[in-house]
Design a protein around this ligand. Structure first.
Ligand code: E4P
Length: 217
């Protein structure tokens, strides 16, 4: 499963990329607001640090205006993925852009039927928001399982990009269900390292090593 960072914070992106943990980045208007930076400037910087897909979201809601925004965004770099909402205009834009060879991430997916529509529109990625579904008492992972089954039934090449990931259990469940990608805040990715037995084991090994008085290098 590929790991994307769901952030517009360049320092966090660099840190994950340096650790070899980063396959791509997703941004959205709220993350841009949080960064306090100019959208085009920050996306250009991210696309320079990460060689994998970098999602940049349109904010227009009508097809022609979406195409105009996409035109500007895709010129930034070849690894820019245009992110469109799961609306009729969004999917029309998806169809047009993928037809021109531009990667598209269809976002704000909350049902399997919506994912089916995105697959038919030729989306490169579908982003089901698992955390936001869990928040309202519905199962985000049940949605991932349904989409996996539907895409496999019909050999849709659209990659399932599990979004709104909030914790390590989401990552584990997404991987067990065969999701292609998950996007998470950097803190969630780093939390995957954590296990108390790893910390305790390392501490006791280092203590015993110090007692030998030896050095390796
Ligand atoms: C996905 O691309 C979105 O940017 C993101 O995962 C939304 O997550 P949230 O529900 O935590 O805002």
């Amino acid at each position: 499963m590929k790991f994307f960072a769901d952030t517009a914070e360049i320092a966090d992106i660099r840190e994950l990329a340096d650790a070899g943990l980063l396959d791509g980045v997703t941004t959205n208007p709220s993350l841009i607001k949080k960064s306090g930076r100019d959208f085009i400037e920050v996306v250009t910087e991210i696309a320079g640090v990460v060689s994998g897909p970098v999602s940049a979201e349109v904010v227009a809601t009508e097809h022609k205006a979406m195409m105009k925004e996409a035109e500007k965004l895709r010129k930034i770099a070849t690894n820019i993925v245009i992110k469109v909402p799961l609306t009729p205009d969004g999917l029309k834009t998806c169809k047009a852009l993928t037809g021109e060879g531009t990667m598209v991430n269809v976002t704000l997916c909350f049902s399997a039927n919506q994912a089916l529509l995105a697959g038919k529109a030729g989306a490169s990625f579908i982003s089901p928001f698992v955390g936001r579904l869990d928040d309202i008492g519905q199962s985000g992972m049940e949605l991932i399982s349904d989409i996996r089954q539907i895409y496999d039934n019909y050999d849709f090449p659209t990659e399932i990009l599990v979004a709104s990931v909030r914790n390590p259990i989401h990552v584990l469940d997404a991987a067990k269900l065969g999701a292609d990608v998950m996007t998470a805040p950097p803190a969630v990715i780093w939390s995957l390292f954590k296990h108390p037995l790893t910390d305790a084991g390392l501490e006791s090994f280092l203590k015993d090593w110090a007692a030998t008085g030896q050095k390796i290098a």
